[in-house]
Write a new protein. Structure first.
Length: 319
């Protein structure tokens, strides 16, 4: 099927799904760097190398639109602070005092924040189908993370790190809404290069503090360097481009529902690359997540099918 045969709505959902799939691979590669690099260092190098990967392709556009960039500098800095610098910093703070289970559960509140911001700040309506799909996918995440033991939710101990993680999810939700307000004169790649470069600047003071006061800067091995390149150039640039385009096509709320598939993809990749076993509860959680996403996008799929049928009929009449 040619890309042109897809409706904008269905294309947007597929782009959001592709972004989420690539983001889920971050955990596999981050494992190889966790012992040598702190989250601050990973965050800093991620944005530096991601912006550096884009710069050769967009520097002419950035120079040509420098007046536009300066005119909207405050807006760009705010989007970068929330979606790049702040998001990474809050996750780092959360990881110091909370558990991985709590972080996984609280991370999935991002689509809820997206829906609430769009509904109450932007006055965008939510259909009953979207709400039901959102809730079904959320239930799937809970089953997946708790491994089917829902009673585990009541035994979770909340810490200050949980509040930081909740704020991180809010940041990602707010970024997903604000990204639609990028200056229209800037192309998607140029816009992403700017906010990623600013993300590195937001993280730089923390990185300098760590290198001067905690541990000195060191040269990575070839394996570490390749992993850093993947995390920055592949697992950052590509999914953010896909995600931003998906939001442009279908809006933040619909893209947010697809974001629920992140933990499911992470489990599948861990199954393939780390040899982890897939339990029945995890499979059930995956089914619920996929079911919620599909249910919330049935209208888009139906419209795509109708458009394809109309085009096929028109071609047949033309023959």
């Amino acid at each position: 099927m040619k890309p042109s045969s897809l409706s904008p709505s269905l294309s947007g959902h597929l782009l959001a799904l592709g972004a989420t799939l690539v983001w889920s691979s971050l955990y596999i590669f981050a494992i190889t760097l966790a012992d040598r690099y702190s989250p601050i260092e990973l965050s800093f190098w991620r944005w530096v190398m991601a912006a550096g990967a884009l710069l050769p392709f967009v520097w002419r556009e950035l120079w040509a639109e420098r007046d536009i960039i300066l005119r909207h500098l405050v807006r760009l800095m705010a989007i970068s602070l929330i979606g790049m610098g702040g998001f990474s910093l809050l996750i780092f703070l959360a990881g110091r005092t909370t558990t991985a289970t709590n972080m996984s559960l609280l991370a999935t509140t991002a689509p809820i924040f997206i829906a609430l911001i769009c509904r109450f700040a932007l006055r965008e309506p939510l259909s009953g189908q979207q709400v039901i799909g959102l809730l079904v996918a959320a239930c799937g995440v809970v089953v997946l993370v708790t491994k089917g033991d829902i009673a585990h939710l009541f035994s979770l101990s909340l810490t200050g790190g949980d509040l930081w993680m909740l704020c991180a999810s809010m940041c990602f939700g707010l970024y997903s809404v604000l990204v639609r307000f990028r200056p229209p004169q800037l192309g998607p790649s140029a816009f992403l290069c700017i906010i990623m470069g600013m993300g590195a600047l937001w993280t730089l003071p923390l990185a300098l503090w760590q290198w001067l006061c905690v541990k000195p800067l060191f040269m990575p091995t070839w394996t570490e360097a390749l992993s850093l390149v993947y995390i920055s150039a592949v697992a950052s640039v590509i999914p953010f481009l896909l995600w931003n385009k998906a939001i442009e096509l279908i809006g933040a709320v619909r893209a947010g529902v697809v974001y629920y598939s992140l933990p499911f993809f992470s489990y599948l990749l861990a199954l393939v690359f780390l040899g982890e076993r897939l339990a029945l509860s995890q499979a059930l959680g995956g089914v619920l997540i996929i079911g919620g996403i599909v249910f919330s996008t049935l209208q888009a799929i139906r419209r795509a099918g109708e458009s394809k049928a109309i085009r096929a009929a028109a071609r047949k009449e033309g023959e």
